[in-house]
Structure formats: structure tokens, C-alpha cells
Design a protein around this ligand. Sequence first.
Ligand SMILES: O=C(O)C(=O)C[C@]1(C(=O)O)C=C[C@@H](O)C=C1
Length: 286
Amino acid sequence: MVQRVGCLGPRAAFSHLVVETFFGKNIEQILYTTIPKCIDAAANGEIDIAVVPIENTIEGTVNLTLDYLVHEQPLTIIGEIILPIQQHLMVHPSLKDDWKTIDRIYSHSHAIAQCHKFLHDTFANAAYEYSSSTSAAAEYASKHPNERIGVVASELAAKEYGLEIVQKNIHDYPYNHTRFVILHPSQKNDLFRTEYKREKEKTTLMITLPSDQSGTLHQVLSAFTWRKLNLSKIESRPMKTGLGRYFFIIDIDMLYDDVLIPGAIAELEALGCSVKLLGSYGAYTI
Ligand SMILES: O=C(O)C(=O)C[C@]1(C(=O)O)C=C[C@@H](O)C=C1
């Protein structure tokens, strides 16, 4: 069973909230200042697993996480946790009554992006500045009462750092959820315990198409379609080796089996694709 669980900090980041809620008290939390540092720690055995954000319903993929996993540290996804996200605007208590005069919005880029409309409508002239996490921005604001900063973060962060929430639920769409992945160096089952019920099972593949062959994506998709393998996500990301070169991330709605998924992979390889299994895992919602 895992003991040391790493995530983005400092205390009260959404990543920390998801770890605390999902694993309870029986683990040791290790908080990192960046997502790559946390992923590296899982790769070199400093921690047992890393829990990192990978996708948000409003802003889409956390490219830093996906790219780092694909290009730098090939860990395996051994679980998925979905957390509802409520973003609030908070300020140092000394700014509580004139919060509309703030001239800087400080938070994680994904949090700011989830509230773009609200921020644009309310603070036409404020500058945006990105922090390493929502809670890092809250911690900074708590220590700099003389700066006119507004922070986008969670209620927990406001409590943790003694900030005043001046506008609640400022995310632009009410359905705001972030998907986190649990990463481990190898595909292992039953590594962790949680009180949450496994709601779904998934397999994630990374597929690189042969270059300059017409209709390959169509053939790739049909390898899944005729096997009735339901896909819950397909996304392309740049290979970073030249314009127009992409790989695809595909989520299949079932665990890796002995027949259907290996059959689809063999068919894709026969088409000239290269296929990598990123993980086969259970999905949970908090
Ligand atoms: O900054 C935090 O609190 C994080 O845990 C990071 C993160 C993200 O990267 O998406 C996590 C959840 C929210 O979507 C906003 C920020």
C-alpha cells in the first residue's frame, strides 16, 4: 500500500485538497512547488505516487502535465479522481472594502482561465500574473498586504491563508470539474485504498500516426468502432518535432483486456501507427 503521496502545494491547492479528501489520513503528503517536480519525485522513488491535474471542464487539458508525462517522465496512470472546482476571488483583509480597486489578479493560469469572463468584466484594467498554484498565490497575498492583489483560489485556501472572499463562485460555467491522475512508475493494481467507490474503468493510449498517409485517423477510429470500444476522449497534441506533427491521446471506457484492446492495438500497428499504453485504471469522483 502506498504511504508517500506527492502533489502540487503549498497547503490548500486543489491538488492538495484532492489528495487529502481521497486518501484520508493514512498517508504522508509531500507537497511540491511544481507539477514536473512532483512527477520527477514519483519517477525516482522519492514518493510512492503522484497526483496531478490533467484536465478541466472549462479550460481543457493541463498541457504541462500531459506533455511532461509523454516527453519527459513516462509514468503509468493507475487511477483517476474527479474533483468539483469552485473558484472564489479573495483579497487581503485590509482590502476587503475596496477590493474593486485591485490592479493585479494573481493565480494559477488554469484557475484564471476558468474565470476569464468574470475577471474581464469586473477588472478591465487589471494585470494578470500566474503563480505556480492557486494556494501559492493566496500565500503570497497574505504576506503582502500592501500590494493590491486579487487571488483566484478555493475556500480552503482563503481559510488557510487568512484571506477574505469578496466574490464567490466566479468560474464562468457552473459545471467546473478537474480530472486528476494518479501516477506510478509501473502498472500496478490495488496500490492504494480509498473510501470512494470506483465508478468507471478506463484505458489510455498514446497513438502516433505514420506521417503523410491519407485516411489513417479514420482507420484508427474504425479499429475501435467495429470492436464497439467506446472512446470517452480523443485529443491531439504536438510532437514538438515540427509543424503538423501530432500524437493522439485516446481514452477507452474499459480496462485493458485479453482480446479487444490488444486486437485494436495490433490493427493500429499494422497500419504503421506506434501505440503506447499510458495506463488502465479505475476512475473515482469526489
Ligand atoms: O493551483 C492549484 O490549486 C492546482 O492544484 C492546479 C490546478 C490545475 O492545474 O488545473 C488544479 C485544479 C484547478 O483546475 C486549478 C488549478
